[in-house]
Design a protein around this ligand. Structure first.
Ligand code: ADP
Length: 371
């Protein structure tokens, strides 16, 4: 493969950005640092403010407070075309009356580059997205995946230091989406371009990003690597948005390291995590137990476990759902709580013997979060 030219990398910072629509706050006091060459994802449910922030960075809308800086240069008052940022949208936004190559050439024509330069750079960009054979096609003669690759080539052709992507794979089916995820990651690494990527799909965010900023209701809830967000969520929102969870809510009993639920059985907590959070008895807390950190086994005679590092709840196996490499069990506990368990297929077989089961987990594998 011919190595593409590396772009100039850019460090982007957003400081205290607030944007309203009428009286409604779309984003509030957002501060973010994106390192040169970093792949940062804005993740959150629909309406959380991700696109608003991206549009503020691109310059399509202006913030009511705060600033956007690129390599220390203040972009805040600058119109979009002067910012020199690449942008890819979900709906491709290709010009239908132009061929793929003409679409890719457009930003270069707008910059009035010499003809031979334009040719060279368009060829290079088409090669980058592996569509050098299809430059003469019109958008309607291309599949959705190919159109999005052309949109990507158009966004990268002028070597922007930062590429902004708004749900770029949202309109594609799962297989194509996964293939393009890999391609975008490889391209971003080869070019060294800084990427800010918007998605509501947590799997996509985990698969692609160096870091993820989790949005909810116009604010950043937590920023970190996928692993940090999954293993150390700072709030119940982040814990439940990233990955599947069993969630127990209740109040804390510090002395006994217990989560106490009214009329239901208390759940044993890891004393270390109780300590770490610095909470007091009576505080509202939630315990998050990931399904893959639990296991089921046929109910024993005495019920529960003598091991203080373990928690066990008895229940009835309601469903065993075959998911290929793993089996998902749904268990209704004696207290009426519904629990999810994920187990590798091979180790799940023994469990089918009984409908009366126990769900176990190591207490230090459960995540305690304040609510
Ligand atoms: P996301 O990208 O996370 O789905 P948005 O940034 O699109 O969220 O929206 C954030 C909030 O701002 C939502 O409440 C949305 O309804 C509101 N909003 C977005 N765009 C406009 C607009 N052009 N006019 C009025 N309200 C808007």
């Amino acid at each position: 493969m011919i190595r593409p030219e590396r772009t100039e990398v850019g460090a982007l910072s957003v400081e205290g950005v607030t944007r309203l629509y009428g009286d409604e706050v779309a984003i509030e006091d957002i501060t973010l640092e994106v390192q040169p060459g970093e792949f940062l994802t804005l993740l959150g449910p629909s309406g959380a403010g991700k696109t608003t922030l991206l549009r503020v960075i691109a310059g399509f809308i202006h913030p009511h407070a705060g600033s956007v800086n690129l390599d220390g240069r203040d972009l805040t008052g600058m119109p979009p075309h002067k910012r020199n940022l690449g942008m890819v949208f979900q709906n491709y936004a290709l010009f239908p009356h132009m061929t793929a190559a003409e679409n890719v050439a457009f930003p270069l024509e707008a910059r009035r580059l010499p003809r031979h330069e334009i040719h060279r750079m368009v060829d290079e960009a088409l090669r980058l997205v592996r569509l050098e054979q299809l430059g003469d096609r019109y958008p309607r003669q291309l599949s959705g995946g190919q159109q999005q690759r052309i949109a990507l080539a158009r966004a990268l052709v002028f070597h922007p230091p930062v590429l902004l992507m708004d749900e770029p794979l949202g309109a594609l089916d799962k297989q194509l989406r996964e293939a393009l995820q890999l391609e975008i990651m490889q391209i971003s690494r080869d070019l060294g371009v800084t990427i800010i990527y918007v998605t509501h799909d947590q799997e996509e965010a985990l698969a692609m990003s160096d870091r993820i900023a989790v949005f909810n209701k116009g604010r950043i809830q937590q920023t970190g690597t996928g692993e940090e967000l999954y293993e150390q969520p700072s709030s119940l929102f982040v814990a439940s948005f990233i990955g599947e969870s069993n969630i127990f809510r209740g109040t804390l009993d510090v002395e006994e390291s217990l989560l106490v639920r009214s009329e239901r059985r208390p759940i044993r907590l890891d004393p270390k995590s109780v300590h770490r959070l610095g909470l007091a008895s009576g505080d509202a807390i939630a315990l998050v137990v990931r399904p893959e950190r639990t296991y089921v086994r046929p109910a024993s005679g005495q019920g529960g476990t003598g091991d203080r590092r373990e928690m066990a709840l008895r229940g009835t196996l309601e469903e065993a759902i075959y998911l290929g490499p793993v089996i998902k069990f749904v268990v209704r506990t004696e207290e009426g709580i519904r629990l999810f368990v994920r187990t590798p297929q091979a180790s799940a077989r023994a469990t089918f013997i009984s409908r009366q089961v126990e769900v176990h987990w190591q207490i230090d594998e459960a995540l305690l979060v304040p609510v």
